[in-house]
Write a protein that binds this ligand. Sequence first.
Ligand code: MG
Length: 408
Amino acid sequence: MINTSSFCEAKKKIAVLGSTGSIGQQALDVIRAFPTRFQVISLAGGRNLELLERQIREFQPKMLYSSIKPNFTYKGKFLSLEEIANHPRVDLVIIATSGKAGLSPTLAALKAGKIVALANKEVLAMAGEIVTREASLHQAQILPIDSEHSAVWQCLLGEGSKPRRLFLTASGGPFYNYPQSQLSQVTVEQALHHPTWKMGRKVTVDSATLMNKGLEVIEAHWLFTIPFENIEILVHPQSIVHSIVEFIDGLAKSVLSFPDMKLPIQYALSYPERLPNPELPRLRVEQIQSLSFEPVDYGKFPCLKLALDAGKQGGTYPTVLCAADEVAVELFLNHSISFTDIPRIVQKTLEHHKNIAQPSLEEILASDAWARKYAERVSLVSYEVYPKRSSFCHCEERKRRSNLRVIR
Ligand code: MG
């Protein structure tokens, strides 16, 4: 999928979609460090207008998308996400949005032959076949920003043979050694406290349920054209080894670095060059005392198995998985359901879905819409079945949910 031939740009014009999110802000940190190499030509931000205004003042983008009406003056052009993604002046599009929002602009960018630096893992998870087909058709490049996929990509550079196996490493998240019996009691604050990585709220909760790792396996399957059977997961709490690639002759390659998302972001922007950045924390290889790896516990974190099964079955199952997870994580973040309700809602939604093999984009979007509605209803049923959980509900959320019709 990834073309490893070199290219060179004097000053790369970059569109940052999701600029006010965690990855978007870290991408701007990288761009800020290289003013002669990179130029922000477009920004697209979410609900944090104050931050978006500050970013506009600093980077002076020519084009802007804001998901809500801005309360500040902007003299450039307002465009849709898709118009920004395929604009002739854009060289590289960073997709740092969350959930389903990244799919349509990614497709627009690929159809225009752009370089897409992809951080939003749902894009490939929910529509991998269509996205990779569009990239091939239009000779567009997808460069991964996720640390594991960036590592696999870098291990494969210059290799003429397909790898035998991929090992994606996982920190295990904040609850890996937590007693299983207490997982239903964990709080939002605990789930958002990731031991090694600084990421957005959705992906941090996905890391705690290990859904994130399942989505990464699906993403790796599409990105590197590797069968699911040849992708394994290793728990590596230090988050220093960012995946291992094993080749047919028995050699294994890995990429080591300090766990900081700015490093894979910078490599995607500067590829095929490497740039010196004093702002980035450096790994002191000589000070590493131990690196540990262990097999993952599938039983404790059901989201992982749900994701792998959905990925292997294909069709619209991965779309439904992503949509139900997005709904469930949002409800958990709003204190409306417990941590262990997340996999239950995702599982119920998958069980009631009628899969469509080799779906069109319209069928994917329809399955996404169905799954969102269904997951909402499942969560409401769980609230009625387990009234004790009312203590988790905020009053407003409870009122809103009580207006929903229960479908069993
Ligand atoms: Mg990752």
